[in-house]
Design a protein around this ligand. Structure first.
Ligand code: 13P
Length: 254
């Protein structure tokens, strides 16, 4: 059985006051941690104020980190800085970082190793561009990302990994992959992990879908057998929507 995981990626949105307003609204309305994992991945400056106020069923994540322990890396944040704040999740390899901030599969791989070393749960993002989907290269693109990103990780680590399948053409565009299309690629990711690590690992690992998830399509996405949750951008900024996503996930404990 895989516990659903609903994660919000706030990207570069919300000041401290806005973040506090959000957490006060959602805190007591999250389902039990026993049934559903709910995570808010917020900008660095508000992480501590969210951790201090997180309800017993909500967890806080970062959206990126450096892979080094510390050093002369102006503007970067180290894994131990996150854990020292009480942060427990970290998004690694989001397509916006890959496209705009020189994130490569090599740096993603180093960050995954660093996350495990520090006890952070990574949410690894993979996904293809529209031209790649249209020219039938989706699986080849995903395979290359997974092979490079997971290099050197152990079976025990991959069991705990969360992979978010986010087709780049569906992010912030209002275009969602159809639930069947999303499920097919999430299933493909699971089959790759099965080839690499065996069935016990691939059945335990959770795969999320991300890309224009809204209150109107979350249920049909969660119904799919290989989709264990969602990584939600824009709609996760609205407290009542985030509560709705978390409640819907309760119906789809697989
Ligand atoms: P949207 O939900 O705004 O399309 O963003 C998806 C995303 O990038 C989540 O990481």
């Amino acid at each position: 059985m895989r516990k659903p995981i609903i994660a919000g990626n706030w990207k570069m949105f919300k000041t401290r006051d806005e973040a506090l307003d959000f957490i006060y609204q959602v805190n007591n309305r999250m389902p039990s941690l026993e049934d559903v994992d709910t995570v808010i991945c917020a900008p660095f400056p508000v992480l501590r104020c969210l951790v201090k106020r997180q309800g017993e069923n909500l967890r806080i994540g970062a959206q990126n980190m450096h892979f080094e322990e510390c050093g002369a890396f102006t503007g970067e944040v180290a894994p131990a800085m996150l854990t020292s704040l009480g942060v427990t999740y970290v998004i690694i390899g989001h397509s916006e970082r890959r496209a705009m901030f020189n994130e490569t599969d090599e740096s993603v791989n180093k960050k995954l190793h660093a996350a495990y070393k520090h006890g952070l749960v990574p949410i690894l993002c993979v996904g293809e561009h529209l031209e790649e989907r249209e020219s039938g290269q989706t699986e080849a693109v995903i395979k290359e990302q997974i092979l490079k990103d997971l290099e050197g990780l152990t079976a025990e680590q991959v069991k705990e990994l969360v992979i978010a399948y986010e087709p780049i053409w569906a992010i912030g565009t209002g275009k969602t992959a159809t639930p069947e299309m999303a499920n097919e690629t999430c299933g493909y990711i699971r089959s790759l992990v099965k080839e690499l690590y065996g069935e016990e690992v691939s059945e335990a690992m959770r795969v999320q879908y991300g890309g224009s998830v809204k209150t109107g399509n979350i249920a049909e996405l969660m119904q799919q057998p290989d989709i264990d949750g969602a990584l939600i951008g824009g709609a996760s900024l609205v407290a009542s929507d985030f509560v709705y996503f978390a409640q819907i996930a309760l119906d789809y404990i697989k």
